[in-house]
Design a protein around this ligand. Structure first.
Ligand code: ZN
Length: 460
């Protein structure tokens, strides 16, 4: 069996982490001249990733000659290393990565970047781990060398603290979050919450809320894997957000926005939902409506169903999204067109959230009506999850097919209207039938043009 051992060695001094050494030892990784050894993701949806600095590759015949090339399949920028001769036996790859240097004009974006913060470092594997083949499988081991860090430093990734070993793909490590340094944590079994900068708010309350939420969501999505880790980052920006990877997410805070369970409950729920419902998003943007739409839908309804929020909170969250979507001047864009410009025009980046949410909420009503209340959207989402567990790459057709299997409905026309930015009229009975909805006049943000929006009220 192929083997891959990766060691991370961060260098910390005077409260900063200047760089991190990444070394990989590959065994049984036979590759021929002309084949790619690996690639680094220099940019992911406009967020800078790391280059492999001072890259050295050697095997049993000595130094391995390489040439480089670049490509930019949207929304990535990649640097490739191509082998000038075949690999011979055990191969060692080593390089350094530097944390991202933030510029004054940088704004909050997805948390893929590697950053240093208060004596430590955190980020997503995809920004600093060389991609040595997404389909490769073998015995994988991740280790930390903390000898160049202050005493008491720890190294944690999504899979746990310290050395991690599993059989699978090295790609799984690129889909993890990482944090090292003098980490603070709240842990219970395989659920963990980690941060570097001492917070100005009640972190324990947030950790407790997310743990209860995780238990509830895990039950809802029929998941038994106990692993889930949340990483917290302090932003130098005036706004913060959150980004989900597999079985983990990172959420941010800053000095200008207040942080409490109430303020953060929705984004924490949104990022957590991302662990479950997905369709294959190739080409980029083709199924974002589904992942963001389900994350929005269940981030409102699951905390309510679990008794962690109340109806008025849910109403406000729905209203906020209604106001944002129906006054967004880019709301008539087709899905792929929106995806092509979304990292330049952040208004278009919001489209799949609102569009997916209101399309799914209507789908729920239609399924309930067609099945006399026997079935609803949950059955569709859970059935798709079950299909995905069997390893298939599922696209939009699987969504439409599953709706049909469950309810007999053919929603292709509705779906086509949603995809092309047609107007979606929210149906009575949506969001678990708890609200009345009516049309109200509105104005587009930025342009002030007339628009049609909706008002949600609690059912009496
Ligand atoms: Zn999301």
């Amino acid at each position: 069996m192929k083997q891959c051992e990766i060691t991370l060695k961060p260098y910390g001094k005077n409260g900063t982490v200047s760089r991190m050494r990444v070394s990989m030892v590959l065994d049984g990784w036979g590759r021929s001249a002309g084949e790619e050894l690996g690639r680094m993701q220099l940019s992911t949806v406009s967020i800078p990733g790391c280059d492999a600095e001072e890259l050295r590759v050697s095997d049993e015949e000595g130094a391995v000659p390489l040439r480089t090339s670049f490509s930019s399949p949207y929304p990535y920028e990649l640097k490739h290393w191509i082998l000038e001769r075949s690999l011979c036996g055990k191969t060692e790859i080593s390089y350094f990565v530097s944390p991202r240097v933030l510029k004054p004009e940088d704004i909050c974006g997805p948390y893929f970047d590697l950053r240093w913060e208060d004596g430590g470092i955190n980020g997503a594997g995809l920004s600093f781990l060389m991609n040595i083949g997404e389909k490769e499988r073998g015995r994988i081991r991740l280790c930390w060398d903390l000898s160049a860090m202050p005493a008491g430093s720890r190294g944690v990734c999504t899979f746990g603290e310290g050395t991690v070993e599993y059989e699978g793909s090295p790609e799984q490590l690129r889909q993890c979050y990482y944090a090292a340094g003098k980490l603070h944590s709240i842990e219970k079994g395989e659920f963990g919450f980690y941060w570097l900068t001492e917070p100005s708010f009640d972190m324990a309350a947030i950790a407790e809320y997310t743990r209860t939420l995780f238990e509830g969501m895990q039950k809802f999505f029929h998941d038994t894997d106990p692993v889930y880790r949340i990483f917290v980052r302090k932003d130098p920006f005036p706004t913060s957000g959150g980004t989900a990877l597999r079985r983990s997410y990172m959420f941010g805070w800053n000095d200008t926005q207040p942080v409490s369970v109430t303020d953060k409950q929705n984004i924490l729920a949104h990022e957590m939902v991302h662990n479950w419902p997905h369709l294959n998003d190739e080409p980029y943007g083709s199924t974002t409506w589904y992942s963001e739409g389900t994350a929005e839908y269940y981030s409102i309804l699951l905390p309510l169903r679990l008794g962690l929020t109340d109806r008025e909170t849910a109403r406000k969250e729905i209203q906020k999204r209604t106001d944002a979507y129906y006054t967004n001047p880019t709301r008539q864009m087709e899905n792929m067109e929106a995806a092509r410009i979304c990292w330049k025009d952040r208004r278009a980046q919001r489209i799949p959230y609102g569009r997916g949410l209101f399309f799914l909420a209507n789908t729920d009503v239609k399924i309930r009506n067609a099945t006399e209340g026997e079935k609803n959207l949950d059955d569709v989402v859970l059935a798709i999850l079950e299909k995905a567990e069997k390893g298939a790459k599922l696209g939009n057709q699987v969504f439409l097919g599953t709706v049909q299997e469950i309810s007999g409905l053919d929603l292709s026309e509705d779906w086509e209207r949603m995809r092309t930015g047609g107007h979606i009229v929210p149906l009575q009975g949506s969001f678990d039938g708890l609200f009345d909805v009516r049309e109200v006049p509105a104005e587009e943000a930025d342009t002030g043009k007339k628009a049609v929006s909706y008002l949600w009220e609690l059912k009496k």
